[in-house]
Design a protein around this ligand. Structure first.
Ligand SMILES: N[C@@H](CCC(=O)N[C@@H](CS)C(=O)NCC(=O)O)C(=O)O
Length: 221
């Protein structure tokens, strides 16, 4: 059985959503955010103190985009991966990693210098600069999503889960109001997926059952 360690609305939402898309059984272990501070026993599970941490037999992984790639590849029958012989393979890998490396990174600076740091260390300048950075990177997606419903391969794949999480995070910090029309429509399409709704319910129910706040991690700080 796959075990996923998760904080509400954190990057571990990527593997959670993907597991729901796959329909494969998993155990969801919830932690208060940030687990490094609020749940020290977690450091024995993942010395980095970050989520996700996913265990599948002997396999242990802590990078959300890599976990999506791993799971989609392990369950090819679900059609969420793009094979090496497919002309869309390069696009698939590119956007799977773009979701974390390019789109989530500037938002972590917005969160850190807008919410998590003590007031005297907060910086409206950093918040605005990295908000703009994030929004400018979305420009790559706009023409593509004007043309196609999903990011690559003409269908929903794990790359959409990776990019979709970055849009979820943006909605938590109010940047969704600045999405251009094709990205805004895409974000609506992703939220309408049944597996997305199941993942949202699963994290809420597991949080309540395990005595963890069901509020989004970025509102806990
Ligand atoms: N690149 C990693 C980043 C993991 C990460 O930083 N997770 C955040 C949650 S979104 C975390 O656990 N932060 C708590 C901390 O840094 O102490 C990934 O994509 O999974």
């Amino acid at each position: 059985m796959i075990t996923l360690h998760h904080c509400v609305s954190a990057r571990s939402f990527r593997p959670l959503w993907l597991l729901e898309e796959l329909g494969t059984p998993y155990e969801l272990v919830m932690h208060a955010f940030p687990p490094r501070v609020r749940d020290e026993s977690f450091l024995k599970i993942n010395p980095l103190g970050t989520v996700p941490a996913l265990f599948d037999g002997e396999v242990a992984m802590t990078e959300s985009a890599a976990i999506c790639q791993y799971l989609a590849g392990r369950y090819p029958e679900a059609g969420l991966a793009v094979g090496q012989d497919d002309p869309a393979y390069g696009d698939y890998l590119n956007f799977l990693h773009f979701g974390e490396a390019t789109l989530t990174f500037p938002q972590t600076l917005v969160l850190r210098y807008g919410r998590f740091e003590p007031e005297q260390r907060q910086s409206p300048q950093v918040v605005e600069d990295y908000s703009r950075w994030f929004l400018s990177r979305l420009r790559t997606l706009e023409p593509r999503l004007k043309r196609d419903a999903f990011i690559c391969a003409g269908r929903f794949t794990a790359a959409d889960v990776s990019v979709g999480y970055a849009l979820l995070l943006a909605s938590h910090i109010g940047l969704d109001e600045r999405f251009k029309p094709a990205v805004a429509d895409y974000w609506q399409r992703l939220q309408a997926r049944e597996a997305f709704a199941r993942a949202k319910s699963a994290e809420r129910e597991a949080a309540l059952a395990q005595g963890v706040s069901p509020k989004a991690s970025m509102e806990e700080g």
